[in-house]
Write a protein that binds this ligand. Structure first.
Ligand SMILES: C[S@@+](CC[C@H](N)C(=O)[O-])C[C@H]1O[C@@H](n2cnc3c(N)ncnc32)[C@H](O)[C@@H]1O
Length: 227
């Protein structure tokens, strides 16, 4: 069957109508190069990378129909918890060469893996740092349109607020992927999501949220807007 790739409702994201369940793509910024073994597809003179939503919380939230992510061509994005770049590379595709991705991770091993990804993608820069201490990388990050966070820490909400305060411009979007089990393994995830919601709501406006099941157990992705 011939696949037709069409624009998704979110800018910079594409989908196919090949009859399979929702398949997402981004236009490959560096044609011919894969990041995590994803499928590459040529269509209309362009190359697209299939976005494996089972390996990406951002991809899962889009597959679950999140209405807004704020990330679009030209956006400056601070990405906290980039790991080896699975999702961050799709963000890099979306923002394109007019945008930039500041990719932060605390684990040297992850940073080692993402360095070649960033070398190939001129809009991505790797930063080895602990997101608890945004002051330590402030000299390497610009004011951003979007702060995205996916890190498994007990104080995920506090880390997120601290980074949004420093790096997110007014009216910018903050995307927080919450892993309930990292906050408290004994508590009901729904209760923990509500606690996070109430904490962040004091400083930011909730735009949308999605529970990420069946792609990820006990995870919720919140989209906030800075007042
Ligand atoms: C679930 S993985 C991120 C996966 C990635 N977002 C993706 O979709 O491709 C979580 C990452 O957060 C990083 N991390 C955990 N605590 C951190 C901290 N305090 N500061 C920065 N990164 C942290 C871990 O090293 C790990 O690579």
């Amino acid at each position: 069957m011939t696949i037709s790739i069409i624009q998704h409702q979110l800018q910079g994201i594409f989908t196919s109508n090949d009859g399979r369940k929702q398949v997402l793509y981004t236009r490959n910024l560096v044609p011919g190069i894969q990041v995590y073994g994803e499928k590459l597809i040529k269509y209309g003179g362009e190359e697209y990378r299939e976005w494996d939503v089972r390996k990406s919380k951002l991809g899962a939230a889009i597959a679950k129909g999140i209405s807004q992510i704020g990330i679009k061509p030209g956006s400056l994005v601070l990405y906290l918890g980039c790991a080896s770049g699975t999702s961050a590379s799709h963000v890099s595709d979306i923002v394109g060469m007019e945008g930039a991705v500041f990719a932060v991770d605390v684990a040297p091993r992850s940073l080692r893996d993402i360095v070649p990804v960033c070398a190939a993608r001129k809009n991505m820069s790797p930063i080895l740092a602990d997101a608890h201490y945004p002051g330590q990388y402030a000299h390497r990050v610009l004011q951003c349109d979007v702060v995205f966070q996916d890190i498994a820490q007990k104080d995920q909400a506090e880390i997120f607020l601290r980074n949004c305060k420093l790096f997110l411009q007014k009216g910018g979007f903050g995307l927080l992927s919450v892993k309930a089990k990292s906050i408290d393994i004994t508590k009901n995830p729904k209760h923990l999501f509500e606690m996070v919601k109430q904490k962040v709501e004091k400083e930011m406006v909730l735009v949308d949220h999605r529970n990420l099941e069946p792609f990820e157990q006990d995870h919720c992705l919140f989209v906030w807007k800075k007042r």
